[in-house]
Ligand binder design. Structure first.
Ligand SMILES: NC(=O)c1ccc[n+]([C@@H]2O[C@H](COP(=O)([O-])OP(=O)(O)OC[C@H]3O[C@@H](n4cnc5c(N)ncnc54)[C@H](OP(=O)(O)O)[C@@H]3O)[C@@H](O)[C@H]2O)c1
Length: 268
């Protein structure tokens, strides 16, 4: 019950890793604000968690591709007098194909959801955390942010690399202020991610040991955050991949990703 009396805002809470974060924080006593586009899903999860854990749960439907969405969320919370103690920036998706296959507006929306909304929500809620001398910010990044980029899904790794570096800088700035900032870097995780971007048939051919359930990913992340880890990679396989990519000379690592990525990324 270490989060009793705290309020956690979770983006992308309607499915996958975000929904598991919601269940875990509720079980640990936190009140919740759940956001995503699918309001019906959020409402069903809110009802489940209120009943199971007796916590307060509110729902704010928002499309984070809209540049005004973070301000709208903050304004709604301010109007209700709600402070955010824990921010889980998690909403995300993959954009298959080569860079020139998608129009700029598709890439712009991607950057808005995957990068700008994370930075914007952090800018909105970090000052209150610093003032109250308590805060936890978790950016859901990826192993893809720690290894060389692949062909196809061109800006995915870049967007996740941004989150890792952003978390490291903010963690340094917040050192000693009661606020922690962490990047969670999962590898393949069972969720709706690969259904949404239509790569399920491709990734289903990968060996099962490369996948994790979302529950250990989230529990490991929350433990790591409370231990003060800034970058957390869940699972032995993912740790091995990251270690190997760092140990190899950079051109070899880049070649290894190029050779392997067609197995799980739809390129050109
Ligand atoms: N699954 C993996 O293998 C894996 C590996 C590494 C990292 N990750 C990262 O983990 C995070 C969560 O992904 P997941 O695996 O849990 O996928 P998921 O099951 O597809 O869930 C994605 C969540 O993001 C929300 N979302 C997507 N676009 C949005 C938008 N425009 N505005 C607001 N919310 C939006 C979705 O809600 P709505 O559709 O209702 O809006 C959903 O709640 C992502 O950042 C992803 O990059 C996943």
């Amino acid at each position: 019950m270490i989060y009793r009396g705290k309020t956690a805002l979770i983006t992308g809470a309607s499915a996958g890793i975000g929904a598991v974060f919601a269940r875990s924080f509720a079980a640990k006593g936190a009140d919740l604000i759940l956001t995503a586009r699918r309001e019906d899903r959020l409402a069903a999860l809110a009802a489940e968690l209120k009943k199971a854990h007796g916590v307060r749960v509110s729902v704010i439907a928002a499309d984070l591709a809209e540049p005004t969405a973070p301000d709208d969320i903050a304004a709604a919370l301010k109007a209700d007098g709600v402070n955010v103690d824990v921010l889980v920036n998690n909403a995300g998706y993959g954009l298959p194909g080569a860079y020139t296959e998608s129009d700029w507006n598709v890439h712009r929306d991607f950057l808005e959801v995957m990068v700008t909304s994370y930075a914007h929500l952090t800018r909105l809620f970090l000052p209150g955390m610093l003032e109250r001398k308590y805060g936890r910010i978790i950016h859901v990044a990826s192993v893809a942010g720690l290894v060389p980029g692949s062909s196809g899904h061109t800006m995915y790794g870049a967007s996740k690399g941004f989150l890792v570096s952003f978390a490291q800088s903010l963690a340094a700035e917040c050192d000693g202020a009661g606020v922690t900032v962490s990047a969670l870097c999962p590898g393949f995780t069972y969720s709706e991610f690969h259904d949404v971007n239509d790569t399920r048939p491709l990734v289903s051919q990968l060996p099962k040991y490369m996948f994790m359930d979302a529950e250990p990913v989230v529990e490991g992340a929350i433990n790591a955050v409370e231990k003060g880890h800034v970058v957390y990679v869940p699972g032995l396989w993912n740790k091995f991949v990251v270690w190997m990519m760092k140990a190899l000379p950079r051109p070899w690592a880049a070649n290894a990703v190029r050779a392997q990525s067609a197995k799980f990324r739809r390129g050109n």
